[in-house]
Design a protein around this ligand. Structure first.
Ligand SMILES: [Zn+2]
Length: 487
């Protein structure tokens, strides 16, 4: 919550030009944080932009600033016309009747100005993902980059709003602008009619945006599915694109360094290496596996050439890794005593196999940690089939220090429902269940429920537990992992 933005927007009916310009700057700052952008932003609200150009006076690019000696997002947005519209529509009389419906219509213009800014900031996000990031945090970025490298000006003018970058920015801008209106004004409760009108505009805009796989482009070869056509022209032009781009950008997920496209086997191998390299001690381990699976599944399903080959299932294979035994190395003598308290032995056995009959990939991991408090056994099973994915993990320890047997179980199904159960001496102590868009936490004593807390799907408290109004991300999985003495 930005205090300054809140204060200005509370008076959304009576703003002056300077205040609107300030709103734009503050929203940009909030967007920069929300979209996790790294580069600084240089905003230019100049009025004499050449509006005959594409984008009608609004454009966003990463450029090098000689003055400041740095790369930055140059956001040029001429919103003078929209500001004029706002000034015309706001109530003439400052002592307007609060029940006057027309008085609130000016929030519409404000919504429009904010959506222009969120649109441009989404382009800044796209530019960062394709131009400076090497990790693939959003699989759509592959399409954005290919579009930028291979599409001709002709194709753009034929399809304008149907280009992937434009579709993504349009899908983002209205919903996000609505969020600002909801967060910083009271219009939702004070004037339902005007508020509902904005909501229906957002819904209408979202309705006209097709899923990526269904977008069609007018091409020199006739009307084609945009994803297929882009893949085709990009592969044809790959040889004209500098090799460094294949090496240093997110393209390396899909292409080899010699500018040839990776085949299905290579992609699945890459996926396996990424998953194997994950740190099992990371509290978001299960989440990361899911993200990698989704990433590669999307890359594969968006390429018809890979799809045809995928129909033939791979032969049943069993890969068994030799058990690895890691004993803590103690390099610095002064740390020895401290380390003794920590992990003594860690063993990990992994088994990966493809079940031919069910078409499922199954990964089993058995881990053993020995600590002063006892031996911890953790059995994990991860089952994936295309985009469906489930995770199940059980931990046992006979705690020498407390003399009690502890057991914890964590599972997540392919609909992202989650369950966590913690038992001591076979008696349930805590249960956390996430389903039907809510999270319920139950604490037990002697087998009976003694407390129940409730949160919504996003972790916001309905019935809060000890003043915790917002649960941290991956709360349920982390609750399970905290019990395991990884370090
Ligand atoms: Zn745009």
């Amino acid at each position: 919550m930005n205090k300054e933005l809140e204060e200005i927007l509370q008076n959304y009916r009576t703003l002056f030009r300077k205040q609107i310009e300030r709103i734009i700057v503050l929203i940009m700052e909030e967007e920069k944080e929300y979209l996790a952008l790294n580069l600084p932003i240089d905003l230019n609200l100049q009025e004499n932009l050449d509006i005959t150009k594409r984008g009608e006076g609004k454009e966003t690019a990463i450029e090098f600033s000689q003055d400041r000696n740095r790369y930055e997002h140059k956001v040029r947005a001429n919103v003078s016309q929209e500001i004029e519209e706002y000034l015309k529509s706001r109530p003439k009389n400052l002592f307007f009747n609060k029940k006057d419906q027309n008085a609130d219509n000016c929030v519409n213009e404000l919504f429009h100005i904010i959506s222009i800014i969120t649109h441009e900031m989404r382009h800044a996000y796209q530019n960062e993902l394709t131009k400076i990031r090497k990790d693939l945090v959003n699989v759509d970025a592959l399409l954005w980059l290919k579009e930028q490298l291979a599409v001709t000006q002709d194709l753009i003018s034929q399809n304008e709003k149907l280009m992937f970058r434009e579709q993504d920015a349009c899908k983002y801008m209205y919903r996000r602008a609505l969020e600002y209106i909801e967060k910083y004004t009271n219009i939702k409760s004070s004037n339902t009619e005007v508020y509902n009108n904005i909501v229906s505009q957002v819904e209408e805009q979202e309705r006209i945006i097709s899923p990526i796989e269904e977008i069609m482009w007018i091409t020199p070869e006739g009307e084609k599915r945009a994803v297929d056509y882009l893949n085709k022209i990009f592969a044809e032009r790959a040889n004209t694109i500098p090799e460094e781009i294949f090496k240093d950008s997110i393209l390396r997920y899909e292409y080899n360094m010699d500018r040839t496209k990776k085949n299905l086997k290579q992609l699945l191998q890459d996926k396996k290496i990424m998953i194997d390299n994950l740190n099992k001690m990371d509290p978001n381990y299960a989440n990361q596996i899911m993200q990698i699976n989704n990433l590669y599944e999307t890359i594969i399903t968006r390429d018809i050439n890979l799809q045809e080959k995928k129909v033939v299932p791979p032969a049943k294979e069993v890969v068994e890794k030799a058990p690895e035994k890691i004993e803590e190395k103690q390099q610095e003598p002064e740390k020895e005593i401290k380390k003794e308290k920590k992990v003594l032995i860690r063993e990990s056995h992994e088994k990966d196999y493809f079940d031919y009959e069910s078409g499922k990939n199954i990964k089993e991991i058995k881990e053993i940690f020995e600590r002063k408090s006892g031996k911890y056994y953790i059995d994990t099973e991860i089952i994936s089939k295309e985009k469906n994915y489930s995770f199940h993990s059980v931990m046992h320890v006979s705690n020498i220090e407390t003399g009690k047997a502890e057991e914890a179980e964590y599972s997540r199904d392919n609909l992202e429902n989650e369950t966590y159960i913690y038992k001591i001496d076979n008696q349930i102590e805590q249960k956390i269940i996430k389903s039907n868009n809510e999270i319920i936490i139950e604490n037990y004593k002697d087998g009976n429920i003694v407390a129940t807390y409730k949160y919504d799907n996003s972790g916001k408290a309905i019935v809060p537990m000890e003043n915790i109004n917002q649960l941290p991300a991956n709360f349920i999985e982390n609750t399970f992992r905290k019990l395991i003495p990884y370090n």
